[in-house]
Design a protein around this ligand. Structure first.
Ligand SMILES: *Cc1c(COP(=O)(O)O)cnc(C)c1O
Length: 301
């Protein structure tokens, strides 16, 4: 459970924020919510180690390494050389004692297969988690989040017309869309892509929704409910002035940290969308990434 904070009038609309960044484990965020479900399986299944992958700035790898560390499980992380930069997340991953293997991105897949095979041949029982917690379990975590949002609406007698969020592997968005379709709710869920381009980015979200819902929704309904904007992927790097200005603004005005990879970009994308929207109730999903806030703070000139 996370709070939904009322931030008042914003650009002719009313803004709320769901503070997934305040989930009470390892700096929170959507990866903490997903990991809770993965580790329920791990705890029930007598696994003795975990294998996953992600970059040096990965919130997912930080949370999974922390969950492993508290249980005394070895955490194997495969990280692409091209994105294995030093960050507060990578420093924590080291602190948690994870075994990180860095290989060129083209070799990530084979390396995962090799490490899993070697562990099994050595008599181990590894549990594999896809990067970012992608898959039906990750989707389920955000169906649950959607139901929390609905309970809030019922209790407070309000209706959110729009949900905005940062979308990466798309599992978080897929879970919210599944929750919406299962509930039959009218509203727009807008994913702001932090990396992938369309059509692939949107297709991945649609695939995740289909995988989770099976026969429970038809193609047309799923397509109509999946909005994935890719206008902030090129040229909006971590040093982008507009992203940093957005981060500064939200910190100064609301005291809430955003980061330059995910939530800062998503908030900026929401700002642009709100130019065309008036008088609506808008919910921004703060998907976490707090350690990356400090990277952005440290790295600025
Ligand atoms: C991973 C991540 C996302 C993207 O989540 P997906 O489910 O992969 O789309 C968004 N925000 C933050 C802070 C993240 O760490």
């Amino acid at each position: 459970m996370t709070i939904i904070q009322d931030l008042g009038d914003y650009k002719g609309n009313h803004l709320w924020m769901k503070r997934e960044d305040l989930l009470p484990f390892s700096f929170g965020g959507n990866k903490a919510r997903k990991a809770e479900l993965f580790f329920r399986e791990i705890d029930a299944g007598k696994y003795d180690c975990v294998v996953t992958y992600g970059s040096g700035s990965s919130n997912h790898c930080r949370v999974v390494a922390n969950e492993c560390c508290r249980r005394g499980l070895t955490c194997f992380i495969i990280s692409p050389l091209e994105t294995s930069e030093e960050t507060f997340n990578s420093e924590m991953i080291r602190l948690f004692g994870a075994e990180v293997t860095i290989v060129p991105v083209s070799e990530v897949h084979d390396t995962i297969e090799r490490i899993l095979r070697q562990l099994r041949e050595g008599g181990k029982r590894p549990y594999f988690i896809a990067g970012g917690g992608h898959g039906d379990i990750g989707t389920e975590a955000y169906v649950q989040c959607y139901l929390e949002i609905k309970r809030f609406e019922e209790a407070e007698k309000i209706h959110f017309d729009y949900l905005f969020l940062a979308s990466g592997t798309g599992t978080t968005q897929a879970g919210l869309v599944c929750g919406q379709l299962l509930s039959g709710d009218e509203r727009k869920i807008i994913g702001i892509s932090i990396a992938r381009k369309n059509p692939r980015g949107r297709d991945v979200v649609v695939e995740s929704v289909k995988s989770y819902l099976g026969e429970r929704a038809d193609e047309e309904t799923i397509q109509a409910a999946t909005v994935f904007l890719d206008n902030y992927t090129d040229g909006y790097g971590k040093e982008d002035r507009r992203v940093l200005d957005t981060i500064d603004f939200v910190l100064k005005r609301y005291g809430i940290p955003l980061d330059a990879v995910y939530t800062g970009k998503a908030f900026m994308g929401m700002d642009d969308c709100l130019k065309e929207i008036r008088g609506k109730n808008v919910l921004f999903i703060h998907t976490g990434g707090t350690p990356l806030f400090f990277d952005a703070l440290r790295n600025r000139k």
